[in-house]
Design a binder for this molecule. Structure first.
Ligand SMILES: [Zn+2]
Length: 410
């Protein structure tokens, strides 16, 4: 399996190098069909004859993956495709043809072409018609993922519409005042990660002890990733189960994965700590969160709405005034026009919600009473009063209290 994964990585990198050269020379990139033909040539060549020992479908899949990576890059959804490194431990290969493998669930075994029957530990029952199988290697373990297709009854979504502001101080703030605190359990892992990395740097590179130290570092990375994934899943499940429509900012992937640095509007507090060491810890996983929310909402019959992110943190939800001065500090919002005060993240979430409702209206959806009521309901009473008071007079009557919203820690 390691050999197959290595062959796949080799083909991906070779094709990427080729495309990169063409890109730099200003030539058109090769299509999947052209690359596929090249792959056949490589497999038949004397120099790369060893590639013929790996199953051809997984190799072709890698070319398709590369095609997708390019498409994502040109659509500005992702960075330029990167070479796959062995050290990064993301080896995987996929069998796209369901006729090529067999699944024997009763005996917990799967038949893979050119490999034979392999035992596995079942995490859940495989339901429906088999589509493809992916074999991957992560922090010392091999995994097999089986994709299937089946008919399910269209569920009726539960709950109403909500806006979510993703941030650094709070992981997620909902327009109804609920918030999800970020995971803080990384401190301990941060220390042990640093120690493990230091220990590794003291060893002679590629020596036995270095390899051992490396495994230790990888395990801590995996642990951090698992904790985050668990947190993201719990949060996205909770939100998608209780809401039919969720509105979220349409941020570029780059901004979402570089969340620690914050945005120009709201810079992160931990920028100086954003070294290579801490990157895995500071990455909040916003993009992954959005991905999970989207598919979980779809499963539940709901929907995710992406709203334009411009000025969500500077617009007054009360009078509509847009100004940088509305944000005197990172977590405070105070409108210079009408005096409306509130927590900045909550203001962001309310603005995101109202933009989501606008999108529904533009689509011609029924956004009458129920939805608008929900928007009004998410504005605290003091805010509505503040708006009225501004129209009749001075700023002396501005609200003096901000709403203390109830915590809902995940
Ligand atoms: Zn205002």
């Amino acid at each position: 399996m390691r050999f197959y994964a290595g062959a796949c990585r080799f083909v991906y990198n070779k094709a990427l190098a080729l495309q990169k050269e063409r890109y730099e020379r200003g030539e058109k990139k090769l299509s999947y069909v052209q690359l596929s033909k090249l792959l056949t040539e490589w497999r038949n060549s004397e120099e790369l004859a060893w590639l013929a020992n790996a199953p051809v479908h997984p190799l072709q899949q890698k070319l398709k993956d590369l095609e997708k990576a390019y498409a994502n890059f040109f659509a500005k959804r992702a960075d330029f495709p990167r070479f796959k490194k062995k050290e990064r431990c993301q080896d995987s290969f996929r069998y796209p043809d369901p006729k090529a493998f067999k699944l024997d669930q009763d005996n917990n075994r799967i038949y893979l072409p050119k490999i034979g029957w392999v035992r596995y530990r079942n995490s859940r029952k495989v339901l429906g018609e088999l589509r493809n199988v992916t074999v991957s290697f992560k922090s010392g373990k091999w995994f097999v993922s089986i994709q299937t297709r089946r008919e399910v009854e269209k569920p009726i979504p539960k709950g109403g519409i909500v806006g979510i502001d993703l941030g650094v101080a709070q992981f997620a703030t909902l327009s109804d005042g609920t918030f999800y605190a970020p995971i803080n359990s990384f401190k301990r892992h941060q220390d042990s990660l640093r120690k493990a990395q230091q220990a590794m740097s003291r060893k002679v590179k590629f020596s036995k002890n270095w390899e051992k130290a490396k495994i230790k570092v990888q395990r801590i990375h995996a642990r951090i990733a698992n904790i985050r994934q668990d947190f993201l899943h719990k949060t996205s499940t909770a939100i998608s189960k209780s809401h039919a429509i969720v509105c979220i900012e349409d941020l570029q992937v780059q901004n979402m994965s570089k969340s620690a640095a914050g945005t120009k509007e709201s810079p992160g507090k931990n920028v100086q700590a954003k070294s290579g060491l801490n990157r895995s810890i500071l990455d909040q996983g916003w993009y992954e969160f959005r991905r999970q929310l989207e598919y979980k909402l779809t499963w539940n019959g709901g929907r995710l709405i992406l709203v334009p992110p411009q000025n969500t943190s500077r617009t007054c939800p009360c009078c509509g005034h847009i100004s940088e001065d509305n944000r005197p500090t990172q977590d405070k919002f105070e409108c210079v026009e009408c005096g409306f005060k509130n927590n900045a993240d909550l203001v962001g979430a309310i603005n995101i919600l109202s933009r989501g409702i606008q999108i529904l209206r533009d689509e011609g959806q029924d956004t009458t009473d129920a939805l608008v009521g929900m928007l009004a309901g998410s504005l605290p009473a003091s805010a509505r009063m503040a708006c009225g008071s501004n129209r009749t007079g001075g700023r002396k009557q501005e609200p003096t209290e901000t709403v203390a919203y109830g915590g809902n820690y995940a």
